[in-house]
Write a protein that binds this ligand. Structure first.
Ligand code: CA2
Length: 145
């Protein structure tokens, strides 16, 4: 097994571990990405971990992934609930896509219940806290095996 896996995180997730730990846990995004890089390497993959607060930047990275990555793990954050652009970019990507939400979006406000991205995601992990990212990587690696 070889190749690259993209870990994409959307708006405000750069604040993980700094605020709202009751909702999103105490781990920083850097800690999560470092753990996932080790887990990916053990499975024979390189991890490219990226975060942006900007929708177009996320679209650009998903387009880069078409040539550069075997699979994508994405937490689109608030763009999950609004972004057809991110959904369309993911439709242009051929590999497996796993969507992660740290919190249980179905137990929160009604506007968080629907994710546009889920229409393209091969699997969606919701409400498992930050360990949802490790679960997503496990599922992605299994699909790439
Ligand atoms: O549960 C998730 O992972 C979400 O994708 C997180 C998004 C939210 O808009 C989605 O509905 C569900 C928000 C991410 C904000 O992250 C913060 C982390 C720490 C402090 C403040 C915001």
């Amino acid at each position: 097994m070889t190749g690259k896996i993209y870990l994409l995180n959307g708006p405000n997730l750069n604040l993980l571990g700094q605020r709202q730990p009751e909702l999103y846990g105490a781990d920083t995004l850097e800690e999560i990405a470092a753990r996932l890089a080790v887990q990916a390497q053990a499975a024979g993959f390189a991890l490219r971990a990226l975060q942006s607060n900007h929708e177009g930047q996320l679209v650009d990275w998903i387009q880069e992934a078409r040539q550069d990555a075997r699979g994508i793990i994405i937490n689109p954050a608030a763009y999950s609930h609004t972004s057809i652009a991110i959904l369309d970019a993911l439709y242009a990507f051929d590999g497996p896509v796993i969507e992660v939400h740290i919190s249980d979006i179905h137990a929160r406000e009604a506007f968080r219940h629907h994710s546009y991205v889920s229409a393209r995601a091969d699997e969606v992990i919701i409400g498992q806290g930050t360990r949802g990212y490790a679960m997503a990587l496990e599922k992605l690696v299994a699909r790439l095996a």
